[in-house]
Design a protein around this ligand. Structure first.
Ligand SMILES: Nc1ncnc2c1ncn2[C@@H]1O[C@H](COP(=O)(O)OP(=O)(O)O)[C@@H](O)[C@H]1O
Ligand SMILES: [Mg+2]
Length: 396
């Protein structure tokens, strides 16, 4: 394909790469997907997935950059991350047994450094220079997906609902697709949902508060609570939990999105100070942070999803977890309890690794962009209209 943004209607399958690094800044998920058809009728197959963890020092640079980064630091980080994304792309292409010329495009989300959709001048910034990705791989790269939605009056987030809608809409059952990344976000799909019926929003923290607490309590030795083992040894404080649950974000009506600005370092610092005053031991603090995520997700369902279900649909509702938090057994147990013992499913039940779906979503969004189709879901982002997302760096 010489002109990368030419519309093409051929139903022949295309290979695309998707690259994602979320607010956890734990590393890059890279996928190769095989996409045939187009729009909502697209058939998407996962061909390969790799996760490349960021070295500790790079993760620290990213987290520092989000809060205090100078223009010079962010400028350099943009190019350094571009190199990392390019390497991850080349690695997953090799893993798929393919060569770069067989890939029609890369969709790269980048790394969010700031997300300020509700500020006086709404803005968002994802870095990981796509020109570097295109130059190193020789592949047309689509990136910077969020800004067009923001320009159209939306939150710029969440963008994964388009892929959830294409992948998971069921003829009979309503579904919640719950991602637990740094932030938690859900896509609610009524049976046979049309695009305008999709409901999606950030539920609050995912792993971000748990990770922050674990890092602080372990003196930086651990960056997350593997399998929820630390939390399993503690007892959540109902008092502190009630205070955390009074955060105004949880009550706000969708469309809404959040990030490190609201549930990052300063939130964790005040949580820890409060926990110390309540004389909680470390395991109880981790348990409380974990309960906060579970309770905020359950509260989002009760407030904003259950009222939309028609008679008899609650019993039919399927909840499908994804993201790294789906591996936190204590979090999953707490969520099950708060949902009255409901069985939770995973992306793995649908043949998609829990940590691969978001990268897959950006491969699909790149595909839609190259076909000139909108990738945002205005009912999810609040945008005035569907818009074609992203910026295209052509191969040359
Ligand atoms: N085995 C595990 N046990 C508990 N938590 C995990 C596990 N694996 C990953 N996580 C959590 O998932 C996070 C990464 O999830 P991910 O979906 O990649 O989020 P993001 O999209 O924000 O990068 C890690 O920071 C960690 O908190
Ligand atoms: Mg991640």
């Amino acid at each position: 394909m010489k002109i990368p943004h030419r519309r093409h209607s051929s139903p022949a399958p295309h290979y695309l790469v998707g690259l994602m690094s979320g607010t956890s800044a734990d590393g890059i998920d890279a996928v190769v997907t095989r996409i045939s058809g187009s729009g909502p009728a697209s058939q998407i197959q996962l061909v390969a997935h790799v996760h490349r963890a960021f070295p500790r020092a790079l993760r620290q640079r990213i987290l520092h950059g989000c809060r205090h980064g100078t223009v010079a630091e962010i400028c350099e980080l943009n190019f350094a991350l571009g190199e990392r994304f390019a390497r991850a792309a080349l690695q997953v292409i090799r893993r798929a047994g393919l060569n770069p010329p067989q890939i029609i495009a890369i969709g790269s989300h980048g790394q969010t450094i700031q997300h300020r959709p509700d500020a006086g001048t709404p803005s968002t910034l994802q870095i990981g220079e796509p020109a570097v990705i295109a130059e190193r791989t020789g592949i047309t790269t689509v990136a910077d997906f969020r800004v067009r939605d923001l320009a159209a009056g939306g939150q710029g987030a969440p963008l994964v609902p388009y892929a959830d809608w294409v992948l998971f809409t069921d003829a009979e059952r309503p579904r919640i697709i719950q991602n637990i990344g740094g932030i938690g976000n859900l896509t609610f799909l009524p049976p046979r949902a049309g695009r305008e019926e999709v409901v999606a929003f950030d539920t609050g923290p995912g792993n971000m508060v748990i990770d922050g607490v674990v890092a602080a309590l372990s003196g930086g030795k651990r960056s997350f609570d593997r399998d929820g083992r630390w939390a399993a040894h503690g007892v959540g404080s109902e008092k502190l939990l009630a205070e955390l649950l009074s955060h105004p974000f949880l009550r706000r009506r969708p469309p809404k999105s959040t990030g490190r600005e609201e549930f990052g370092e300063s939130f964790v610092r005040s949580l820890l100070a409060r926990a110390r005053r309540l004389r909680l031991v470390d395991a109880d603090i981790v348990a409380t942070a974990t309960a906060f995520t579970a309770a905020s997700i359950a509260a989002a369902y009760a407030r904003f999803v259950v009222p939309r279900l028609r008679a008899g649909e609650l019993a039919q509702l399927q909840i499908i977890l994804g993201g790294g938090g789906a591996k936190n057994a204590t979090l999953c147990r707490m969520l099950t309890e708060r949902l009255g013992g409901r069985t939770l499913m995973n992306h793995e039940h649908f043949g998609i690794p829990d940590s691969a779906k978001e990268a897959l979503a950006f491969a699909l969004l790149a595909h839609e962009t190259l076909e000139g189709r909108p990738g945002n879901v205005p009912s999810a982002t609040g945008a005035r209209r569907p818009v074609v997302l992203g910026k295209i760096i052509p191969r040359c």
